[in-house]
Every structure is written in C-alpha cells, then in structure tokens.
Design a protein around this ligand. Structure first.
Ligand code: GDP
Ligand code: MN
Length: 385
C-alpha cells in the first residue's frame, strides 16, 4: 500500500529521521498562510501517489504568500500527470507546504525487500534527486547495495560503509549512519516493502534532511497495523485495485488489453507470459486467490471489466480447491446479468470438474472460446483481437 509523502514524513519524524518543517494545505489560502508562517518563502509539493512530480510541475519554490496562493490554486483540484502515472494522472487534493532548503548535496537512499537475497537491502547513491532508474542504467557503479541480515539488523559498520561510499564529509558520517539506523527501524517496525528518500539532502548549514519521503507498506502486514491501514487514500489508486482489495483478490492493472483471470499467482504470471509471447499485452495481473466461490469469481470478472481498455478476457483455471464448475457458474452468472459490458472470453479449464465447467460455459450462450491448452489460448487471442 502506498501512502502520501506528508504521511511518510510524519512517520519519519516519529522515528527521528530529520525532515523539513512544513504543513499540509487543502486550499490556496491555507498555502498562503503556511508560507507566511515560514517567513514568506516555501516549497509547494503536490501530494499524489506517484513520483516524478518535480519534472511534471508538481513541485515549486515560491517566494511570497501570494505566489503560494497562485500556485496552490493552479494545482489543487487538477490531475497531475507524471512519468509514473497513466495519461489521465492522479488528483491533487492536498499540497505540502514546507520551508525551503538550501541544498549543498543530494543523495538517494532506500531500503527495500530484495527477492534474490531473501532479505532487506539498503540502496544508496551519490546521484540523488534524479531518476534512480536512469543512474542504474547509465552508471551502475554509482549505486551501492548492502544486504541486511534479518536476524542482526543493520549493523553500525554497514551504516558507516554506506556513508563512506557516498563520500560525505567525515564530520557527517556519524549522523548519516544514525539516519540509516533510524530509517531501517522505520522499515522493520512498520512492515514496509519500500522506504525511499530521494533526495536526502545535506544543507548549506551541514544538516542532513529527508527532502522527499516515500513509504510503501506490505499489504499482507496491514492486519497488524490498523493505524497505517487507515492512511489509505483510495482516490489515488486504480479503482479496480481498490475493489480487488475489498474482495481479497490480487489484482494489478497493467497497460495492455487482454484481461486475465487466473487462480494461483504462479499460473497468473505464466499466463501473462503466454499473452505476451503471442504478441498481445495483458491488461492486468489477477490471482483469484484461495477459497474462491461463485461470488468471488463473478467479482473477479467485474473488476477486470472495470478497465475500459480490456477487449478480451483470458480465463485460465486449474481446478483444485476452486472447482471448475463453481468458477464457470460465477462467470456465467455475471456475464448474463451484465451483457452490455461483456467481452469475448477465451477459457482454458483443467482439473477438478473441468468437464462440467466447460459444459456450463458452452451452454451459457455467452461469447466464449474454449481452448485445451495455452498454445490454443494464444492462437485464439490472436484471431480475436
Ligand atoms: P519528486 O519529483 O516527486 O520525486 O519530488 P521531490 O520531493 O523529490 O522534489 C523534486 C525536486 O525538487 C527534488 O529532487 C529537489 O531537488 C527539489 N526540491 C524539493 N524541495 C526543495 C527545497 O526545499 N529546496 C531546494 N533547493 N530544492 C528542493
Ligand atoms: Mn523525489
């Protein structure tokens, strides 16, 4: 789950990670008021669940309360389109108004879960403020990675190692490694999947400050962080992803036009590969998850069809605990009740009660192509698109 920068910074403050002074505004007048309180200068930042705001015009330094009011009225109520959003962008309802910082140096710092080391990894770079993906591509030697032992946690020597690798002044090494330790604490204590500061700044006064803040929380841990779950701003999310969350369906919207409904995460990934290798593009990842019944199956279809890009739905069910006849009834029930939004379905069904499931589908009167294997599915998709 993503949260806003101002929410991430509130968590940072709680753990002692230094942040600039600032407040959230929801109206232009408030932005003016806060700027006045900061001495007539501020940096105004759109609060959206996407990075790349700076380049997209969502961050601006203003030098008077009037200028703050002007910029805030330009920003509030509009949609901000950045390199990380879709073409329609995300709505700006809140802005963060902060003291301006005189930057001497900028760094990149993050903790994230690394599948290949099965643990947390710290990533740092002296190339802060810019696109870290770009740095990784053009000058990978400028990216430092340090694996953290899950039992020992981040060790002080690792903090110092990062600080030295960043080439910061000797008198700042101690505070840099202290910031790293606190940030690791934020990561572990809140079950984060990502904590990122870009840029982490050394100010002209020689202080370390998190000028930007990004925290993603592991969805599967939200049950033990009620306070964090409450931070969800669903308006910032894809409506399908928000719906899916309610029904415990794993859904991720993608850019293509072939909707995918699959039971099992691994099978869902393999299914997306099949779509891609056939020259088409999946519109989503969807794993119905365990313990699905007819209603959950119907909801999966409804969620996939919420995406207006979907031209065709590929269903790949391997019947086990979820029986094929149950899945088939769910699809048919939803399809018959919502003929106007239905799309052609290509269905591969195998496993428990597959014959019964296929019979229910073929007798439903809905537009369905039954296939026997994934090669057949790929062929059917090419023919239908
Ligand atoms: P992002 O583009 O969404 O990652 O938003 P950021 O919070 O990183 O802001 C974009 C850029 O604005 C940063 O990389 C900084 O270089 C710059 N910036 C933000 N706040 C300040 C500030 O107070 N002073 C100065 N000089 N630059 C700032
Ligand atoms: Mn940033």
């Amino acid at each position: 789950m993503k949260i806003h920068e101002f929410q991430s910074k509130a968590i940072f403050a709680k753990y002692g990670v230094p942040i600039p002074e600032g407040l959230v505004a929801t109206t232009p007048d408030e932005a003016g008021e806060i700027t006045r309180g900061l001495g007539g200068k501020s940096v105004i930042k759109a609060q959206v669940h996407a990075g790349g705001r700076g380049k997209a015009g969502g961050v601006r330094l203003v030098s008077s309360a009037d200028e703050a009011v002007d910029f805030a009225s330009q920003l509030l109520g509009t949609n901000l389109v950045t390199a990380q959003t879709g073409s329609e962008g995300v709505p700006v309802r809140k802005i963060l108004v902060e003291e301006t910082i005189e930057v001497a140096d900028e760094f990149y710092l993050a903790f994230l879960v690394d599948g290949s080391t099965e643990g947390v990894v710290a990533i740092a770079s002296s190339e802060g403020g810019v696109d870290i993906e770009e740095v990784a591509e053009s000058s990978p030697e400028k990216i430092i990675r340090i694996s953290v032992d899950p039992v020992l946690g981040l060790q002080p020597f690792q903090g110092r190692k990062i600080a030295y690798a960043l080439n910061i002044q000797p008198d700042l090494v101690r505070s840099m490694s202290s910031v790293l330790a606190k940030l690791y604490d934020v990561f572990v204590s809140n079950d984060c999947s990502l904590v990122e500061i870009n840029p982490l700044v050394i100010t002209k006064e020689n202080k370390i400050l998190a000028v930007d803040a990004k925290i993603n929380i592991d969805d599967d841990a939200l049950f033990r962080h009620k306070d964090l779950a409450d931070l969800l701003d669903s308006e910032q999310e894809d409506p399908g992803e928000t719906e899916a969350r309610k029904f415990d369906i794993n859904y991720v919207k993608l850019e293509g036009d072939v909707g995918c409904i699959v039971n099992g995460a691994g099978l869902a990934m393999a299914t997306m590969d099949v779509v891609l290798s056939g020259g088409s593009k999946p519109a989503n990842f969807l794993d119905i998850g365990g313990g699905a019944d007819e209603e959950k199956v119907a909801n999966a279809l409804r969620i996939v069809l919420m995406d207006s890009d979907v031209k065709l739905v590929l269903i790949n069910i391997f019947g086990g605990i979820l029986r094929c006849d149950v899945a088939a009834r769910g699809f048919v029930q939803y399809g018959k009740m919502n003929p106007s939004i239905m799309r052609h379905m290509v269905v591969r069904m195998l496993g428990t009660n597959a014959d019964e499931g296929r019979k229910i589908l073929s007798e439903s009167g809905l537009n369905i192509t039954l296939v026997n294997d994934l090669a057949g599915a790929s062929k059917a998709i090419s023919a239908l698109l």
